[in-house]
Every structure is written in structure tokens, then in C-alpha cells.
Design a protein around this ligand. Structure first.
Ligand code: SAM
Ligand code: SF4
Length: 468
């Protein structure tokens, strides 16, 4: 792809929309803004212009309405389910020098790439926590972290069976690569291919990525196109909030999502909202665009309004009380018990302690699950869509018709039941069982309800991996 093919990130248009919104909001009646939110409440999404208006609105009554609509959309589309995952860091070798990252080339520390047996140890530790879904992470280094290695790593992960555990979906967050390599990842049976843009603002991108393959804005920005052309249906986008003006980033992120939808008939499966964290050799004082908690909550809620059917992922970069608040504003997936260190889960495979960045929420999956139950949510370890071929536009069609409720809710119940049987601590188990019962009653379709009950009984008797 050439530069003209990344013209879908139209900086001039974004600047015009933002300038106009900032001016218009001064004289716009509150009712007009509430009307935009009301439309979004019907899961109709937001235009870039509407999004910009909401991003500039500081009126507390409007903000309350944005939060309430985000909550309502999330409940209508995702119910009270929250899907768990964990990152797995494979290698800290990196030839890029991203100024915000602890793995960047100029940082001197003992780097490590997990051997296949170390990967097995890590996966065993993750399975012992109850995880079924991973996101693979690594630095970019064509010699240390080759596609051959990644293929072997993925096959190893899918092959590890610790007691009743197994990893059922391996998402991959690796550097932009060729269509051929994406084809290989698809053949290796990855779930979502995730790549964060970091910043869509070209001058900031150039500053943050001075050298290495990642310095190529166009190469990086067209990665999802190549992945989708290679047959990967589910792709994830994200911005690293704190590098540049968040309003600009949100509009650009939405332009990227619209472009994928235009080109492939389906937009991104997920959006991630990582926020800049302290990291070895990084001083946050050097970053003038850090995002406050207040703005971060607005970002999450406005994204939920703008792209109601796209999953929203929150990581353990955020501290627990803020994460709790964000759940009500539209988050659908969260990581728990995470390590951002190579070999961070099984002490035997820990070569050094040099995380990519620091994490803030240290709750284990068990503690996280307990908190979710207390707040009335339903923890889910489901991976069924991908395994049933419900990816890409097939997933979106089911989501948009509401039919997904007949699969997601029972699948969340069944996978949480597995968690309770195999991993939950004695304290959490009764709380989890009560949560399960409450959510079971919300299944309205009597046939689905009966089938779920029948499968729950089979799980009790020792069967596993039952899903719709
Ligand atoms: N190396 C690949 C890449 O850069 O695309 C794979 C992903 S990297 C291991 C995971 C993500 O961590 C990066 O995309 C970046 O957004 C995020 N990250 C890096 N440094 C960070 C920091 N200091 N705080 C928060 N997130 C950070
Ligand atoms: Fe390497 Fe990714 Fe870190 Fe950049 S963000 S230095 S590419 S690991």
C-alpha cells in the first residue's frame, strides 16, 4: 500500500470537525446534544461530527446522559457479561525504539525469548488461574521472534492441557507484518489480530517511532487491511492514550473503523483503550497529552455510543476502582491477573524482571470474578464464537439482530460454571453459584434455558467445553 491508501486517516477533515465542534458547542442548546445521545441510545452509532460534539461537552447534565446511555447500550447488547483474558509475553527483543515503551531498543536490560518449554510453563500457570483466552505479546525482532517461532508458540499453547485447563483462543498482538505472514497466523488458528496504532497523528507518530520497521506510518496503519485480506476476520484496533490529543485520536480511530467496514464489510471486532503507564526508562513528564481519569471515562463511554457493536477492552494498566467504574460505561472484555514481563507467570520461566510497563490492577482472576459477581456482572470465559465460525460479518449480523443473546448468555454461564468447578476459591464459589442462578433466570427462551440447564448438569458430572 502507498501513502494515498492511508488517506482514510484524513487529518484535515478531523481538524475541521474538531474546530467546528468546539465553536458550535458554545451556542448549541442542551436539547440538541441530548438528541444526539438519544439517537446513540438506540444503538445507531455516532457520526464523526456528533462524536466531536460529545467530546467537547463539559455540561455535567450531558455527561451524566452520556454515561447513562453508554450503560444502557452495553446492557442491551452485551448484557452483564464480561469476558476474561490474559496477555502472554513471549519475547522482549525489539529493534524499534518507541519512546514510550520499556522494551525499546535503547533500553539496556537482559532480554529474553521464551523457549517452547517455558511457554508451556507459562500456559500451565495461566490455565491454573482459569484462563481460556490469551493475547500474545512480543517486541518486533525478525531474528529473535520469527514467524516460525510464533507458529510453534501458538501450537504449543493450544497443546498444553493442565488438569482440566486448555487455552481455547489465542489472540495475537504483534507488529505489522506481511499478508503472507498473516495468512500463516490464520492457518495457526489465531483468534483476533490486534495492533494498536499508538497515535494516528503523523507528526507525533514520527516523533514516537524514530527508527525500525514501526517508523513506517503507512506500513503500520495498513496492517489490518493486510490481515483481513489474508482472511483474518476479527481484527482489533487501539490508541495509546497519552501520546497526542485524545479528541483527535478518537475521530481517527473511528475513521479507521469506518474504512475497514467500507473495505471488508465488517469493522473491527474490538477496540482497546490502553493509557500510557510508567515504564523502565520512561518519564511521564515528557508526555504533554496525558489523559485524566475524567477524560478517560468519557472516552470509553463515547466510544460505546459511537460503535455500539464493537467489543471494548480494558487492561490492568488501570487501577481497580477506575476499572470498576469503566465496566458500567461499556467495557466488554478485561484482562485479569496480568503480567507484562516475559516469563512473569511461572517463576521457573522468569529470566529477568523488566516489564514492558507497570500494571495497576493486581487482582487475581479469582478476586476479579468475585468483585464482578458482587457488582451483578457475569464473568465469562467464553471462546465459542471463534470456534463456531461466528467471526467477522457473521458475528456482527448475529450481534445486530440480538440473536447473540441466545448464545452469549448461556455460554457465559457454562464457562463460568467450569471456572467455579475447577478454579474458584472456596470463598468465591458460593457467590459465583448465586450469580449463575440469577443470570440463568434471565434467559427468556425456554428451549435455550432447558438446554443450558442440561449442559450445566453435564458439567457437574465432569464433562467440559460445552457451548452453543
Ligand atoms: N510490539 C508490538 C507493537 O508494538 O505493536 C506488539 C505490541 S506491544 C508488546 C503492546 C502494546 O503495549 C503496544 O502496542 C503499546 O500500545 C503498549 N505500550 C507500550 N508501552 C506502553 C506504556 N508505557 N504504557 C502503556 N502501554 C504501553
Ligand atoms: Fe517494541 Fe512494541 Fe515496545 Fe515499540 S511498543 S518498542 S515495537 S515492543
Amino acid at each position: 500500500m502507498f501513502e494515498s491508501e492511508t488517506a482514510f486517516i484524513d487529518e484535515n477533515r478531523i481538524h475541521t470537525i474538531l474546530t467546528t465542534a468546539q465553536r458550535d458547542i458554545q451556542s448549541m442548546p442542551r436539547e440538541a446534544i441530548l438528541h444526539i445521545i438519544e439517537k446513540a441510545r438506540q444503538a445507531q452509532g455516532l457520526s464523526l461530527e456528533e462524536t466531536a460534539i460529545l467530546l467537547f461537552s463539559e455540561d455535567p447534565a450531558v455527561l451524566a446522559e452520556i454515561f447513562s446511555a453508554a450503560h444502557a447500550i452495553k446492557e442491551a447488547i452485551y448484557g452483564r457479561r464480561l469476558v476474561f483474558f490474559a496477555p502472554l509475553y513471549l519475547s522482549s527483543y525489539c529493534i524499534n525504539n518507541c519512546l514510550y515503551c520499556g522494551y525499546r531498543r535503547d533500553n539496556h536490560f537482559t532480554r529474553h525469548r521464551l523457549s517452547l518449554s517455558e511457554i508451556a510453563q507459562e500456559v500451565t500457570a495461566l490455565e491454573a488461574m482459569g484462563h481460556k483466552r490469551l493475547a500474545l505479546e512480543c517486541g518486533e525482532d525478525p531474528r529473535e521472534c520469527t514467524m516460525d517461532y510464533l507458529e510453534e508458540a501458538i501450537a504449543t499453547i493450544y497443546g498444553v492441557r493442565h488438569e482440566r485447563g486448555s487455552i481455547r483462543r489465542v489472540n495475537v498482538n504483534i507488529a505489522a507484518t506481511t499478508e503472507e505472514n498473516y495468512r500463516r497466523l490464520k492457518a495457526a488458528k489465531i483468534g483476533t489480530y490486534i495492533l494498536f496504532q499508538e497515535t494516528y497523528h503523523r507528526p507525533t507518530y514520527a516523533k514516537m517511532h524514530p527508527v525500525g520497521p514501526k517508523a513506517g506510518y503507512d506500513w503500520h496503519t495498513t496492517a489490518h487491511h493486510r490481515a483481513m485480506r489474508a482472511g483474518i476476520d476479527d481484527v482489533g484496533l487501539g490508541v495509546l492514550f497519552g501520546l497526542y490529543d485524545f479528541r483527535f485520536e478518537i475521530l481517527a480511530l473511528l475513521q479507521h473503523a469506518q474504512e475497514l467496514e467500507r473495505s471488508f464489510g465488517v469493522g473491527p471486532h474490538t477496540l482497546s483503550v490502553p493509557r500510557l503507564r510508567p515504564a523502565p526508562g520512561i518519564n511521564l513528564i515528557d508526555f504533554p497529552h496525558l489523559v485524566s481519569d475524567h477524560d478517560f471515562k468519557r472516552i470509553v463511554a463515547i466510544l460505546r455510543l459511537a460503535v455500539p457493536y464493537t467489543g471494548l477492552i480494558i487492561s490492568t494498566r488501570e487501577e481497580s476502582s477506575l476499572r470498576n467504574e469503566l465496566l458500567a460505561l461499556g467495557i466488554s472484555q478485561l484482562s485479569a491477573g496480568s503480567s507484562t514481563d516475559v516469563g512473569g507467570y511461572a517463576s521457573a520461566s522468569r529470566a529477568s524482571s523488566s516489564p514492558q510497563f507497570s500494571v495497576e490492577d493486581h487482582r487475581s482472576p479469582d478476586e476479579m470474578a468475585a468483585d464482578l459477581c458482587r457488582f451483578g456482572y457475569l464473568p465469562s470465559f467464553c471462546t465459542a464464537c471463534y470456534r463456531q465460525g461466528r467471526t467477522g460479518d457473521r458475528f456482527m449480523t448475529l450481534a445486530k439482530t440480538g440473536e447473540i443473546q441466545n448464545t452469549c448468555q448461556p455460554n457465559a454461564i457454562l464457562t463460568f460454571k467450569e471456572y467455579l468447578l475447577d478454579y474458584a476459591s472456596p470463598d468465591v464459589r458460593p457467590l459465583g453459584e448465586r450469580t449463575l442462578q440469577a443470570h440463568l433466570e434471565q434467559i427468556k427462551n425456554p428451549t435455550i434455558r432447558a438446554l443450558t440447564l442440561e449442559r450445566l448438569a453435564r458439567l457437574e458430572q465432569g464433562e467440559r467445553d460445552l457451548y452453543f
